[in-house]
Design a protein around this ligand. Sequence first.
Ligand code: CU
Length: 579
Amino acid sequence: MITGTLIALDMVLSVVAAAGWLGAGAAAAGGHRRTARIAGTAALAVTLTRAGTVIPLAGAGWWFAAEKVVLAAPLALAGVVVAVPRLVRPPGDIRRATLALLFAGYAQSSALLVTVLHGYPLSTGVVLLALAGVAAATLVTGRLTGARPSRAVSRGAGVATLAAATAGIGLMVDAGAAAPVHDHSGLSAPAVGEPTRRFTLTAGTAVVKAGGRDVAAWAFDGRVPGPPLTATLGDVIEVTLLNRDIERGATLHWHGYDVPNSQDGVPGVTQDVVLPGERFVYRFRAEQAGTYWYHTHAVSDVGVRMGLYGTLVVTPAGSAPVVDVVVPVHTLGGRLLPDPVVQPVSVGRAVRLRLINTDSGTHRFALAGTGFQVAAIDGMDLRGPPEVTETAVLIPAGGRYDLTFNAEGSSVGLFVDGRIVWSTGPVTAETGGWTVLDPLTYGASEPAPWARIDREFTLVLDRGLDLRGLLPRYAHTVNGAAAPGIADQTVRYGEIVKLTIVNRSLVAHPWHLHGHHVRVLRRDGHEAQGSPLWLDSFDVLPGQVWEVAFRADNPGMWANHCHNLPHAEQGMTLHLRYG
Ligand SMILES: [Cu+2]
């Protein structure tokens, strides 16, 4: 069973176990002997069954099971030890079993809350809070049911509960006090020479057509996507951003383009947000050929979704002529863009489809009517890509795939999630059952350009309660913390840095490091076997562990975040800084 399924299954089992124990306790309190025994026995069975999920989870990685082994298992065991005698030999009056059964329920629930609200890593504070919760609930129940222990025990337990709760809260607040403060005042744009490609993009509110309907949008130059930017390798690109009336501000981030830090377009980190009436000039040299895109990084979850994005394609000088088709896929006002296009291509012409996913979730692309090669991923050419047919590709949020083929007599059609978006003529195809390409086993391998790792970081992705703001929020977390409270990752120039990214949540997280392409080393412990993969956006699915590495060769302060942009805005953002 895959780890993601185990995580979900274990969650279901713990909910059922907690509900079973609490239900048994409630039934006992009501004097329902039979119901109490049935519910209690079922809860016992489910509690013990969890060994079958927790042990393999621990085997898949300590991150997946730490709090289950350290806290949930002992608590569950304590519940079983206390409750089982009351189930095996129930007292004459079943109401006298209430406290024992409820104790087992509190123990289960408390551990479940730790998994749901806190996750990894487990801290002493959280353990103390969990224990205090169980003790307090048991004491209160004891009082209410009259099964109360002696006054001394009760007073002692009360004091212990209070102390544990205080210590727990204290430790959590303390952990939150280390929030980093970013200073980006020292960064400036490097001189890169005279611009050879000049563009101006004006951000503003607009009404645009999507799927034949008028949709309220935020747009560059009144269109979604914004104007396509193209350049030749070696050009100096200069883009002036004007904000006409986007009240919440705008910037330009060059997704996947490893620009100097000062040009990266992250408000509060590399520049100030560009407010209505203001402007910002970006300038950088086109040093990477390939398929990229630009988008606002100000309130990015809203701004990008509303339409503040466009494409950036850089081609090598003198490259062979091809039919070059850029397909940025986006969901605007519930409608999938682009509208379907029919573009006849004469026989013998080479075609390059540049597929770009500008949404926050994964899209499935399928090319019907021809064999094709995946020539590049995230702007980087693949090595020795073989031709495939009837194969779909999954492109994560922010990711790009370049598909190439030679036009022959028959029509070719590109489908996105089963809907045609581009074709050379009439095409019908059922692509839903096609195999999905795994880029880790596609193309010809090549050893990594380094033989050492200088520094390692682990990022455990999860959900958790964030208490640092004015209002508590259920954040998307990294290592148990949410932005801006996640510690910076500090590297030195020239180091080879390895990131291990672990997803212990129930949803996919498309990971995106700014300013660098990372090379995929391993996924779930298996070596990447195909062409070297240099990615800037990759889906870390529930239960997956990705090991990637990069050379720290682009100094500055870089965002490192989930590209499901609502996740990023709800905490899943940290920073890589050069020290
Ligand atoms: Cu995410």
